[in-house]
Design a protein. Sequence first.
Length: 384
Amino acid sequence: MTTYREPEGTDKAGWLHYKQPPSPFESFMKEEDIPVYRGIGVYDSRELPMSSWERMGGRGTYIQLSGIQGKTSLYVVEVPAAGALNPERHMYEERFIVLEGRGTTEVWRDGSSRRQAFEWQPGSVFSLPLNAWHRVVNATSSPALLLAVTTAPAVIDMYQNRRFVFDNPFEFPERFDEREDFFKPNEDLEVHPIQGRAMLRTNLLPDAVNCYLPLDNNRGPGYRWISPSMVGNTVLQGFIAQYPSGRYSKAHYHDSGAVLVCLKGKGFSVTWPTDLGTQPWAAGKGELVKQQDYIAGGMISAAPGGGNWFHQHFAIGKEDFRVFNFTGTARNNRHQEGEMVAGVGAETSQGGRALAYADEDPHVRSYYRQRLEEEGVEFCPPLG
């Protein structure tokens, strides 16, 4: 008879501790043989180390922030001076922000002689239709730098087949119909079908840094907001938001996955798990709060560690502070059929997930005023 022995890694309480194997996407990133940055945020994406990326035809690095695992992935890619990235197509959604440089992107369907082409510059945002061929071309004598987000982790983890993901002939004409004005910028605002806020259907934002944002006031006085709907994406949606100089958002919490990329100005974010309570510093747990500073091109994972972390965003520069919820996914805001749920912007007293300014930790405003004083920026009371 074989005697049972406790597996290695069993602690005194009888709990087993297993080493988590890499996901298919983690293995894919390792095979790509470029750097992978991990953390809760990045001060400036331009400072990340890059190396030659054979598949893409440029240099790059992956950015895997806490809270986005298995959902989305970010990367920075450098397009060679007066050169181009390799043509590619793939069965996952993808969106770009141009950090540096000018150029064009060509998009076409397999076997079609009709190629769409559009120009981009620093601050441009564009998305590529699902599984359409595309090529990114640098028009200048200096390297161009682009930041991208994709849904590759979910797709690669599900299918675990490179040929299916990168060499699949299936087309999505409902997402890319080849019409001549497909990448013509659109400025006509619509009402978001779920949130009732401003939405813009456009496949190209020539200048997301300075484009018009309607006044929204959802996260604080003077808050501006818009949701761009691009190339029929069903996952990559999100929003662009702006805070006036000297103001900050209410603390709020939601599921993990949102990564805010700074488009203009400078700021910082704080984030902490909800089980620390609404006033972690006052409770003597301030050392458990995480903070990330960033400038244009930097970013923060709003809800790391599995989600439902409180977080607040603070503008500390002399100009308005604009951020892009770059990885933002679609939410139906329903728990079950017929049930209406208060939005993230609604305060807790209204059934929402935002703290009223009067309920926040006293440390928050004290520290914020200190940072503003260091920058020579006037504090603008949030009227609440």
